[in-house]
Design a protein around this ligand. Structure first.
Ligand code: NAP
Length: 278
């Protein structure tokens, strides 16, 4: 269970953060979502993942309402839509996100997925934002290995610090080639939907291991990710109990026998599987 993960430039960031997809979509849940985000930060989950897409800006506004006063404690991540990712478009989208987030900078800005805008343009926009101090780092999301290889061939493409992808115990495809390639480039992977959106199988090995550790299957699935040296997990929890459970996953140490049992039920890939997306 690593507490910190290292970016290619040596900066360390929290291995366990908080997602915000589907927050700010139901008025009656807003209070709990704000409480949950604040509690998570209090417990050290200071990396916050959001996007201009989430609630069409409403999730970024909710993050500001919950956390703007604690800005300096946060590692704030947002994402640009592919259709906004032209050189000028990326700068303008970032400025809109900064306004909604009530801050003057993002710690990390990601291209949400690859669209039709040439990567050269998006990188030029990211680099302009970096020079002006509006973002500190940039990265990508939902890029499979061929996209990553193409990205780093482009001038300044090597400045990419991470790739946020669907990765959890039931979705191990990235282990075949993407994770080893990223490790060679000293890039940590940011795992989204780390507990499969709450749809992990009931019963089975995760439950059995959980009973031995006094933990739920969700905590075991998170502990499995957090035990990897270069993985950041960003579970979304809008209930304070879930936030506390997720934080406790950092304290679980899975044994070699636990890991073997997980491999038997959720085998690592033996051949290439195309990157999956949610
Ligand atoms: N880059 C991309 O394309 C992309 C795609 C998907 C997601 N993401 C990011 O990744 C974040 C996480 O992924 P996700 O939201 O798809 O799914 P997730 O984090 O795997 O699962 C969230 C669901 O699990 C529940 N939950 C949280 N902690 C739990 C616990 N300890 N025990 C039981 N249930 C628990 C939540 O319920 P409550 O809310 O009721 O607590 C929610 O229903 C997103 O919020 C977003 O920031 C990025």
């Amino acid at each position: 269970m690593s507490l910190k993960v290292t970016l290619p430039d040596g900066e360390t960031i929290p291995a366990l953060g908080q997602g915000t997809w589907q927050m700010a979509e139901t008025a009656s849940r807003r209070k709990h979502e704000i409480e949950a985000l604040r509690l998570g930060v209090e417990l050290g989950m200071t990396l916050i993942d959001t996007a201009e897409m989430y609630g069409e800006g409403a999730a970024e506004e909710l993050v500001a309402e919950a956390l703007a006063e604690q800005r300096d404690r946060l590692f704030l991540v947002s994402k640009v839509y592919p259709h906004n990712a032209s050189r000028q478009g990326v700068v303008q989208a970032c400025e809109r996100s900064l306004k909604r987030l009530k801050t003057d900078r993002l710690d990390l800005y990601l291209l949400h997925w690859r669209g039709s805008v040439p990567l050269e343009e998006t990188i030029a926009g990211f680099e302009e934002l970096r020079r002006s101090g509006k973002i500190r780092h940039w990265g990508v999301s939902n890029f499979d290995i061929d996209d990553m290889k193409e990205l780093v061939q482009i001038p300044e493409g090597e400045s990419c610090v991470t790739n946020q992808v669907l990765y959890n115990v039931t979705r191990r495809g990235p282990e075949f080639d993407l994770i080893p390639w990223m490790a060679e480039h000293r890039m940590p992977l940011m795992a989204y939907s780390p507990i499969e959106q709450g749809r992990l199988p009931r019963g089975g090995v995760l439950q059995g291991i959980g009973q031995r550790h006094g933990a739920s299957p969700f905590q075991i699935a998170l502990a499995w990710l957090l035990q990897k040296p270069a993985v950041i997990a960003i579970p979304k929890a809008s209930s304070p109990d879930h936030v506390r459970d997720n934080r406790r996953a950092l304290e679980i140490r899975l044994s070699p026998e636990d890991l073997e049992a997980i491999d038997a039920e959720f085998p690592p890939p033996k051949r290439k599987r195309p990157l999956e997306m949610i």
